[in-house]
Design a protein around this ligand. Sequence first.
Ligand SMILES: *Cc1c(COP(=O)(O)O)cnc(C)c1O
Length: 374
Amino acid sequence: MHDTPPAGQHPLYVTQPDLPPLADFVASLEQIWDSKFLTNGGRFHQQLEAALCDYLGVEHVALFNNGTTALLTALQALGIEGEVITTPYSFVATSHALLWNRLQPVFADIDPLTFNLDPDRIEAAITPRTTAIMPVHCYGTPCDVERIGAIARKHGLKVIYDAAHAFGVRQDGRSILRHGDLSVLSFHATKVFTTFEGGAIVCHDAATKARIDQLKNFGIVDETTVVAAGINGKMNEVSAAFGLLQLGRVDAALARRREVAARYRRLLAGVKGITPPAEPGHEANHGYFPILVGSSYPLDRDTLFQRLREHGIVARRYFHPLISAFPMYRDLPSAAPENLPQAARVASQVICLPIFPALADEDIARIAGLIASA
Ligand SMILES: *Cc1c(COP(=O)(O)O)cnc(C)c1O
C-alpha cells in the first residue's frame, strides 16, 4: 500500500497500526494450535462477530477476509442489477465491486464540505435501469443518510454503504451502520480497526445474515447443497483472534486519534490557503486528517506533498486520481469531468496527513510547522 520513502530516513507514514502486546497474540496463537481449528467459523470468528455486534451496536455482523470480498458479496446478496449510483471520490475498490458484479457504475458528484455523495446529484442520476445506491462515508463522515434513505424509498432502490472508513462512527449516540440495507466495513491494516486483512457486512435480520454466510462460503448450504456461485470470503481464526485483541484497545486508540486531530487543528488554524477538515458534528473516529491546499497557499498541492516527502513524511493524496479517471471507468458517460466538478476540485487539492495513535506530539508539530512555513 505504501510508496517507498526516500533512502536513509525513518519515514513517517500516513498511518500505523495499533498493535497489541505480542505476548497476547502469541497466547491466542497457542489456543489456535491446541484447537487445530484454523478457519470456517471457529471459536474466535464466533467471538469476534458477537463482540463487534456489541461494540458497534448493530444486530448482525458477517466477517470477511477483506472489505472488497464483503462489498462483492453485499451486492450479490441483494441481487443488484443494472446501474448503481456511486461516488468517484473513494478508494477504487468501491467501483471495482460493481464491475465484478457486471453492474454499471454511475458516478454522481460530491458535496464539497462533507466529501460525500450529494443527494441532489444522486436523484438527478436515477434512470429506469437504476437499482441501487452505493455511497461511501468518506473519511468516516456520515453521509446524509436521511435524504439518501428517502430517495431510495421513493424510487425503490437498495442502499449499500461502503462504510470502510466508518468503524465506530456514531450519530446522535447510535451507530451510522444502522442505515441502508447493508453496510460494509474494511479491517485492512491501514484502517482504524484491523485484523491484518479483513472486513464485514453489517445487516439487520437473521435471514440476510444466513444468506451472506452462505455466499461467503461458496454458496454452500450443507454437504450436498450449493445454492449460489458464492466466493471464498471467510475470515480465518488468526485474524479473528487478532481482531478481539484490537477491539480491547480501540477506545483508547480512538481517544488518542481525537487528540491528534485537535492538535493539528490548533496548529493549522490560520495558515493561509490550508483548509483543515470540518469540525465533526458526530462521534468521529478520526481515521483520516484531510487538508485542502487552496490557491492562496504559496505552493501547489503536489509541491507541498513532495516537500513533506523530502522530510520523510509520507502523506497520501486520498483520493487522487478520482476513480472515474481510471481506464476501466473513464469512458462511462457519468465519468466526464464536467459531471463531477466538486470531486475534481477536491481531488486536486487534498492531502491526508499522518494520523495514528502512536503519532508523537513533536511529530504533529513538525508536520504542521513544515506546512505553516512554506
Ligand atoms: C479500504 C477500502 C476498501 C477495501 O477494503 P479492503 O479491506 O482493503 O479490501 C473499500 N472501500 C474503501 C472506501 C476503502 O477505504
